[in-house]
Design a protein around this ligand. Sequence first.
Ligand SMILES: Nc1ncnc2c1ncn2[C@@H]1O[C@H](COP(=O)(O)OP(=O)(O)OP(=O)(O)O)[C@@H](O)[C@H]1O
Ligand SMILES: NC(=O)c1ccc[n+]([C@@H]2O[C@H](COP(=O)(O)O)[C@@H](O)[C@H]2O)c1
Ligand SMILES: [Zn+2]
Length: 292
Amino acid sequence: MKSRIPVILLACGSFNPITNMHMRLFEVARDHLHQTGRYQVIEGIMSPVNDNYGKKGLVSARHRIAMAKLALETSDWIRVDPWESKQDTWTETVKVLRGNSHKSYRSGDPTYRGLDLAQLQLKQALLARLGLQVINPLQSSLGVHKSRLFLNQKVPGLPELKLLCGADFLQTFKTPNLWKEEDIQEIVEKFGLVCISRAGSDPSQYIKDSALLTQFQHNIFLVKEWIQNEISATQIRSALCRGLSVKYLLPDSVIAYIAQHNIYTEESERRNEGDLLQPLKLHSTGVTPLSD
Ligand SMILES: Nc1ncnc2c1ncn2[C@@H]1O[C@H](COP(=O)(O)OP(=O)(O)OP(=O)(O)O)[C@@H](O)[C@H]1O
Ligand SMILES: NC(=O)c1ccc[n+]([C@@H]2O[C@H](COP(=O)(O)O)[C@@H](O)[C@H]2O)c1
Ligand SMILES: [Zn+2]
């Protein structure tokens, strides 16, 4: 039997707050990749955006991370990575991907959870063949010293890192000055994209409309979620501000955290009001902010 390619899924976003649907994205994507018969998803990573992103109503990453950690306590394969939120400023998504691909080879990283010793030894042999110095080879994960091996360099047997998103995220690729063309190319060419359907977005049409996305569509997985779920974090925040129930849309632990710290208020909703998103500030002059 042909062995499957290990995959790590990375989702970037505000997660303001994390919703049940954010976690569903990972489950739906994993099922889809497994059903292809070619992939084995070994880990999911959620990377909440930096506070300097500039999005209206964005509360502190400290709270967004705490809520995501509480929500993911029930998952045995998805974790939160605070790296992006801890940088001094907002970071381009492609750099978050590069950062995670590099980190995955540091000693102690749980990237290889779920792989048995024989598979680990195979990885070790592959890394050695690439001239990389392997430390503590018999530990449960591989440690690589002074190496610069990135998961965007597809090496047979090594995990591939893919960006996971909803269809509205893919649609933002065509917003003028929001994304650099070379970043989009690197994401779809070197990493790959798993995109889950969302009402109001037609991702196959965006792909057809874009020469770049069409060129790399073999690396873009469009996944249809048949059990449609239109939870949106913005709607959750407005419900909370109006004192309405959000039970069964978010885990109870997250609802309790929001109440305890009084996170979403009319005042928090006014944060960054009228500001340009940081990527628009960096890449443009005089462009109106996204309404999302
Ligand atoms: N209901 C949904 N269906 C499909 N994808 C979703 C859904 N909700 C969120 N996503 C995806 O999750 C990622 C993170 O999204 P984000 O944090 O912006 O949540 P959101 O619910 O869209 O929040 P907001 O309403 O504040 O924009 C994005 O890739 C987004 O497309
Ligand atoms: N040029 C870029 O790399 C770029 C541009 C816009 C948004 N993003 C990212 O996409 C995500 C969008 O999140 P929201 O859907 O919550 O706005 C964030 O993680 C943000 O950092 C990246
Ligand atoms: Zn959104």
